[in-house]
Design a protein around this ligand. Sequence first.
Ligand SMILES: *[C@@H]1O[C@H](CO)[C@@H](O)[C@H](O)[C@H]1NC(C)=O
Ligand SMILES: *[C@@H]1O[C@H](CO)[C@@H](O)[C@H](O)[C@H]1NC(C)=O
Ligand SMILES: *[C@@H]1O[C@H](CO)[C@@H](O)[C@H](O)[C@H]1NC(C)=O
Ligand SMILES: CC(=O)N[C@H]1CO[C@H](CO)[C@@H](O)[C@@H]1O
Length: 400
Amino acid sequence: MKERNIIVIITWILITVFAIVLIAQAASSGGKEKISKYQLVQGNYLRAHVIGDYGEVEKSYRLPNGEWHVEWVAAGMRNLADIRPISMVISVGDNIYNQPEGSFDNRNFKLMHEIFDQGSISMKPWYVVLGNHDCMSDISDELDMTKLYPNWNMPAPYWNTTVSIGNDMKLGLIYLNSCEIACEVPDLYPYLQGECESMKVHATESKVNKQYAWLEQVLIDLNKDTTIAWIAVVMHMPIFSASVEHGDNDQLKKRLYPILFKYNVDLVLTGHDHQMEYLASKKNSEPTPFQPSVNVTGLKCGYMEYIPDQREFDFDKGDYIHNIIMGAGGASIDEICPDRVTDMADLIYGNTKNYGFMELYVDPSIISINFYEYNSTEPIFTSNIHNYNATTSSEEFKIF
Ligand SMILES: *[C@@H]1O[C@H](CO)[C@@H](O)[C@H](O)[C@H]1NC(C)=O
Ligand SMILES: *[C@@H]1O[C@H](CO)[C@@H](O)[C@H](O)[C@H]1NC(C)=O
Ligand SMILES: *[C@@H]1O[C@H](CO)[C@@H](O)[C@H](O)[C@H]1NC(C)=O
Ligand SMILES: CC(=O)N[C@H]1CO[C@H](CO)[C@@H](O)[C@@H]1O
């Protein structure tokens, strides 16, 4: 009798525990409901804003009036989007300075929810890459933010996508993890050591090779696809730069530049140097041979607007790789040294006087790039890249 009672009691306990586990599972799966993400509205053209190096919302960077510079830039983006609406925002990295603290980092909440998800730029999907500051803690922190914020999209450290731009044509977009590829062998480049070593996980040869093999496959696929009108690469560290701070990345010049040349990449969107720069890399029959970055010692550098020629340029598709540095989104601006360039890329515009952002317009016949200071809705610099073979799908890009 006693044994039977014990069995009954044990069975009852097991059933109770089982029931509790089931209830707990049901409750927790109910609580794990997915947030609904802001969807990209695709149409006859793409208009987007590009911002970088903005995540400086520490108390110590607060201005005397209680604002951060990034709030000025967000207001500038809203003022422009009031006139010319956008469908998405591209972030070229350094999304959060001074190490993200988990996916619930309150600085990111402030940025993505309180500062950016407002007015005419609210409910727009953001496509985000990792900057060196984002790589100073677990990169999974910022990847996980995709599940927390309706506007934040970083599904993987590197990934690719396409956007419809009218006439059944598309823009191919490739998002790279420059924490790996810009830091392949930092020992060879002493000036890269500091920032590469400060990252939580260091690049390894196999990881870098894996990303390059993936990149090459994406580019082969995009080159074969006759509906792809343009190809743009987005990453944090620039290949070419005339900034006093970092300058050219010799690592990327050696390995990435020839690949982008070979597979007809039109546009490279980056940040990292805290300013706005436009560098045009002429496409001769072969990639320009490697030239090491220019030592800044003895160069004339400063805070300036550098306009060597004119404020508006027209290019033909395929004549140049167009390199943009849009790192004036909020962190302290760096000086520029206009002579810190090699034959591999010419500096055709630089602005180290003000905070700002970029507007990107793409349809099958044109890419129009416009730089804006935060306090104006008139562009300070414009570049139009034409594909005269394509039929225009709209006249929307005309902004003057
Ligand atoms: C630049 O030149 C200075 C002076 O010759 C030298 O001390 C410094 O190491 C050089 N920097 C680089 C990155 O080569
Ligand atoms: C335009 O078409 C011509 C003739 O087919 C071709 O040689 C050229 O590469 C094309 N240009 C672009 C930008 O596709
Ligand atoms: C914007 O700010 C810059 C730098 O303070 C100034 O030079 C420029 O005149 C301002 N632009 C407008 C339209 O107010
Ligand atoms: C090589 C590669 O990963 N290509 C991917 C690009 O993105 C599309 C859409 O997500 C994928 O289907 C491809 O596999």
